[in-house]
Design a protein around this ligand. Structure first.
Ligand code: TYD
Length: 130
């Protein structure tokens, strides 16, 4: 299930701290971490589904929208705080857009990068999501 997950927020006069721990805050073991940054105004990222990879996305800076399709339902979720994130199960179409200036999307993934895991054609996704 697509799920917004609150992360621990350790407030401190020296600055706040949040954390993602595998199998505690998110329901998978972390294999890979990548981030998307310097997105020009009006651009979008993603626009694919992953066959076997689960991901968790945090807007560690700024904000952006995640447009989701499960094969049955569409949803749009805005991320705009560094203390919660979106869990995206495998076989979920996602497209990220509406990036604010200087936004930073942190993505933790359950598997390593493998182009064979991608479905980049929406019609193929809809057919396979069945
Ligand atoms: P891609 O996932 O297609 O970006 P988007 O999220 O916008 O669809 O990745 C863009 C390029 O970066 C692609 O050529 C593959 C490469 N890449 C890696 O080498 N390792 C990674 O972990 C990721 C996510 C992408």
């Amino acid at each position: 299930m697509i799920k917004l997950i609150d992360l621990p927020k350790i407030l401190d006069d020296r600055g706040n701290l949040s954390v993602i721990e595998e199998m505690t805050n998110i329901p998978f073991k972390i294999h890979r971490v990548y981030w998307i940054y310097d997105v020009p105004g009006g651009e979008f990222r993603g626009s694919h589904a992953l066959r076997e990879t689960e991901e968790f996305i945090v807007a560690v800076s700024g904000s952006f929208d995640i447009n989701l399709h499960t094969g049955k339902e569409e949803r749009k979720i805005s991320l705009n705080r560094s203390y919660f994130g979106l869990y995206i199960p495998k076989m979920t179409w996602r497209m990220l857009d509406n990036f604010s200036t200087n936004s930073l999307a942190l993505i933790v993934a359950s598997k390593g990068f493998n182009e064979d895991d991608y479905i980049r054609d929406f019609e193929t996704f809809i057919n396979q999501a069945g």
